[in-house]
Design a protein around this ligand. Structure first.
Ligand code: ATP
Length: 633
């Protein structure tokens, strides 16, 4: 999604950030968050979910590799998204476009001019910091969290100074409070006394004050979340990675690694429409790599510089066309609006996609209670967006965005029409026929509304008033003939963030008996069977008994064409179970002597172990495949 910031100009080359890579070490966070995340990060490495990219060379900040289990998990999630969004719907077609595209695309989309983050440099430790994220980093840091508590409990200056002289000194050595505790604390107390309760300084002002010997009203730059020194004034930093196409590395050959997958969908809209025999309303889906030169990649894979997105652009009629065709535009009530209907306006479509996406998350094991819906305020919305809902997940390090679902008006296709000179509109036979039957008053009302919306967009995009009026008049005349530029609803999800959410959600510790019956802590990754990397593990009870091994191979080969199977014959059976619990394998099949007919009535049966309950049931080998398929689909 294009940033909302309108303040930006084109910032310096993305390579500026490279010298700082070594300096962007992770921030020491709240100890409890640290502990939970440390366990998760260590399991990811130990079990082969996620590795640091280029690890043997010291790693490269913001880049991550998926190991054997992670690669399967990711593939399952992407496949299920594709199945849900494309294969099981009549109204969505797929696309797979290139990562490097014509640079004009990023001019038209606004990324060249406004895809920027505010960046500051720390005067002390020289780290680069995203200025707007510094507050949150401070409040959840090892030093910010206790200071926040002192602030909230109205601690007196003495207590503040005492903290600075003891714990604070160790945690945040360059904060002005630490360098000069008595003076800063006294200043702070004076400021509190001077202000009435109603105008009590905010938490953020408190942190600014803690970072400076003198508090200047209006000064709002936070101290460095890492060392507490002053940060420079924020400057805009464009997040796109630049490269050159062809042998000459000059400005004429500059191209960008795509910062989102969505733009290719808009650019190929006409081709897909013509070849897929779809008509509005319909969607185009794409999943693939995206690149953003994030100033401060952090929270493990949450904010990476190379990541994957799964995006749908769902094209709908403008409300004026809907009203002309159906005589009304329905607005949504709470909850899922049900099966799509022709009278749905953009608001109902938007609600529909929010609810559909929540259902998707539920169906891969993220219950609604782990998610939050955040409706962006009018001030936060991009100028072209009519509404945006962020679906947030409760990560151990905070409740953060997984996916954004935006109603983006007709902005994107209109921009590509203006920049490419190619028409991006569609002809809608139904609209043409319906329009002819409207009374004159209705025609005038709908034309006026459409004219005004188009005029607003054109003026906002910098067209001169006269030209904008001429173009908007043509657009309104086009509507009467059945032509319009479709509006779009965009559910845009991040694969890597979702994988991290699934891993955090799955991570569980419980108590289970070891080989000798003594209780020990068991780590279980409780993935939904649908997305679990390995669906079933097959174990011969003993590996030195050829008849058991032969049978176990038969079971493995029976299941393997249909699902991921892990064959394990090494070590005690209890330890083999534990290994699969950590890998998140939902089912374990053990071939024992009863399978071979030691007890005649159990011939050709195996035990099927459930990862979460650890319960074992006896199942006929002949029933195994259909039983497992039912559970993993
Ligand atoms: P944020 O505000 O967290 O930077 P955004 O609003 O810029 O995210 P969008 O542009 O809406 O994100 O991108 C859609 C989705 O792509 C996000 O919801 C997220 O899941 C994913 N995404 C965006 N940036 C990153 C990143 N740097 N690393 C991993 N995933 C990302």
């Amino acid at each position: 999604m294009v940033q909302t910031a309108q303040t930006a100009g084109r910032a310096g080359a993305s390579l500026d950030i490279l010298p700082a890579l070594a300096k962007t070490a992770p921030l020491m966070a709240d100890p409890k968050v640290n502990e939970q995340m440390e366990k998760i990060v260590s399991l990811c490495k130990r079990r082969g979910f996620i590795f640091q990219s280029s690890e043997i060379y010291g790693g490269i900040n913001g880049f991550w590799d998926y190991g054997p289990l992670g690669a399967e998990l990711k593939r399952n999630v992407k496949d299920f998204w594709w199945r849900t969004m494309v294969h099981t719907r009549d109204d969505v077609a797929g696309l797979e476009a290139t990562i490097i595209m014509h640079p004009q695309i990023w001019k038209a989309s606004g990324h060249v001019d406004t895809f920027v983050d505010p960046m500051s440099t720390c005067h002390g430790c020289k780290r680069l910091i995203r200025t707007d994220q510094a507050w949150e980093m401070i409040e959840t840091s090892g030093w910010g969290a206790p200071l926040k508590e002192l602030y909230q409990s109205h601690a007196p200056a003495d207590e503040l100074a005492k903290w600075a002289e003891t714990k604070g000194k160790r945690l945040v050595p360059r904060l002005a409070l630490i360098l000069n505790p008595r003076a800063v604390a006294a200043n702070w107390e004076r400021r509190l006394q001077e202000s009435s309760n109603a105008e009590r300084p905010t938490l953020r002002q408190f942190f600014v004050a803690m970072g400076r010997e003198e508090y200047e009203p209006g000064y709002s730059i936070p101290p460095c979340p890492h060392c507490g020194s002053e940060l420079t004034e924020p400057r805009p930093f464009n997040l796109m990675f630049r490269t050159c196409v062809g042998p000459a590395a000059d400005d004429d050959n500059v191209a960008f690694l795509r910062p989102e997958t969505a733009q290719a969908i808009f650019v190929q809209f006409k081709n897909v429409l013509e070849t897929s025999r779809q008509k509005v309303p319909f969607g185009i889906a794409q999943a693939g790599k995206a690149f953003r030169n994030e100033v401060t990649p952090r929270n493990f894979t949450f904010r990476s510089r190379e990541f994957e997105q799964m995006e749908l652009e769902y094209f709908i009629r403008p409300d004026e066309a809907i009203e002309a065709i159906t005589g009304q535009v329905t607005k949504p009530a709470a909850g899922h609006p049900g099966e799509p209907r022709p009278c749905w306006g953009w608001q109902t479509w938007h609600q529909y996609w929010v609810e559909e996406r929540i259902r998707f998350y539920e169906s891969i094991g993220l219950p609604r209670a782990t998610l939050e819906e955040y409706w962006q305020t009018p001030e936060e919305l991009a100028h072209y967006a009519r509404a945006t809902v962020d679906l947030l997940f409760k990560f151990p390090f905070g409740t953060q965005e997984l996916e954004g679902i935006a109603a983006r008006s007709d902005f994107d296709l209109s921009q590509h029409q203006r920049f490419s000179g190619k028409t991006m509109g569609v002809f809608d036979e139904e609209l043409k026929l319906a329009w002819a039957k409207l009374d004159e008053a209705k025609k005038a009302e709908l034309s006026k509304r459409y004219f005004e919306a188009r005029l607003k967009y054109l003026v906002k995009m910098g067209e001169a008033k006269e030209k904008a009026e001429k173009l908007a008049t043509e657009d309104a005349a086009g509507l009467a003939k059945g032509n319009y530029i479709p509006h779009v609803i965009e559910p845009s999800a991040g694969v890597d963030r979702l994988i991290l959410a699934l891993i955090c959600n799955a991570y569980t510790e419980d108590q289970a008996p070891d080989e000798k019956g003594k209780l020990e802590t068991r780590v279980v990754m409780k993935f939904h069977p649908r997305i679990a990397p390995i669906k079933v593990a097959v174990f011969p009870l003993l590996k030195n008994r050829p008849e058991l091994v032969k049978k176990a191979h038969e079971v493995r080969d029976l299941l393997r064409p249909h699902m991921t199977v892990f064959y394990d014959d090494a070590g005690a059976i209890g330890r083999r179970y534990r290994r699969q619990d950590e890998a998140g394998t939902p089912f374990g099949v053990t071939v024992d002597f009863d399978t071979l007919g030691e007890k005649r009535d159990l011939l050709n049966t195996v035990t099927l172990r459930d990862r979460d309950t650890m319960q074992q049931t006896r199942v006929k080998i002949g029933d195994l495949l259909s039983l497992l398929l039912e559970k993993i689909r």
